[in-house]
Write a protein that binds this ligand. Structure first.
Ligand SMILES: [Mg+2]
Length: 215
């Protein structure tokens, strides 16, 4: 499998960095939204070097399974490290390209990447008290709906933080899977206390458990 070259760009109006493969069909489809750090890859904190990239076990398998089933896989990642000035878009893109290569080795690929750099403690131009694209707000998921033609009401999100699931809730997804990788162990209690209406919360160990969402 050849990895698609990544030519993302920052959408000024949305405040989101976006890369997307050409959509394969136009009928609204259920999507699998994935947080990146702590879900697809290990999260050492503000990851910005491709050499630090480590896939979480099972991630490539789940993504490949979604690919086989024609289910779009959409990465939605808060990148406060850019907002805080710790690293830049070139570093981010290098990590994404390395991730694309790692996944391609296991015949897996993501269909789109959405990244939000804004943070309330960010530096100009990325400082924003509560940017609509930063999870737990739903901006990235809503942009994906429009761009990729998704059926959000049938879609799922996988995350290691409560904010990932809350972004899914605010976007009107069917539900979310909380995993124990990344920040998952310390956020599990908050997830358990959260009782959203019309949003199914599932608990798992890792992204591997997302297979149950797409079968
Ligand atoms: Mg995370």
């Amino acid at each position: 499998m050849t990895a698609t070259p990544m030519r993302g760009s920052f959408d000024e109006a949305l405040g989101i960095w976006i890369w997307a493969a050409p959509p394969q069909e136009r009928a609204p489809r259920l999507a699998l939204f994935l947080d990146r750090d702590g879900v697809i890859i290990e999260d050492p904190g503000y990851l910005c070097r491709a050499t630090d990239l480590r896939l979480i076990e099972g991630a490539a398998g789940v993504i490949a399974e979604a690919n086989r089933r024609g289910i779009p896989v959409v990465e939605v990642t808060n990148q406060a490290g850019i907002g805080r000035g710790y690293y830049g878009w070139d570093d981010f893109v290098a990590v994404e390209e390395a991730l694309t290569q790692l996944l391609a080795r296991e015949s897996a690929s993501v269909d789109a990447v959405f990244a939000c750099p804004y943070h309330r403690e960010g530096i100009a131009p990325w400082v924003h008290p509560e940017h609509p694209a930063r999870k737990p707000r739903p901006g990235m998921l809503l942009a994906a709906e429009r761009l990729l033609g998704l059926d959000l009401g049938r879609s799922w999100i996988v995350g290691d933080r409560l904010g990932d699931l809350q972004a899914g809730y605010h976007a009107g997804l069917r539900g979310g899977l909380h995993v124990l990788t990344g920040a998952g162990v310390r956020s599990r209690a908050a997830v358990n206390e959260w009782k959203p209406e019309n949003f199914e919360v599932r608990l798992g160990d890792s992204i591997r458990d997302a297979v149950g969402l797409i079968r």
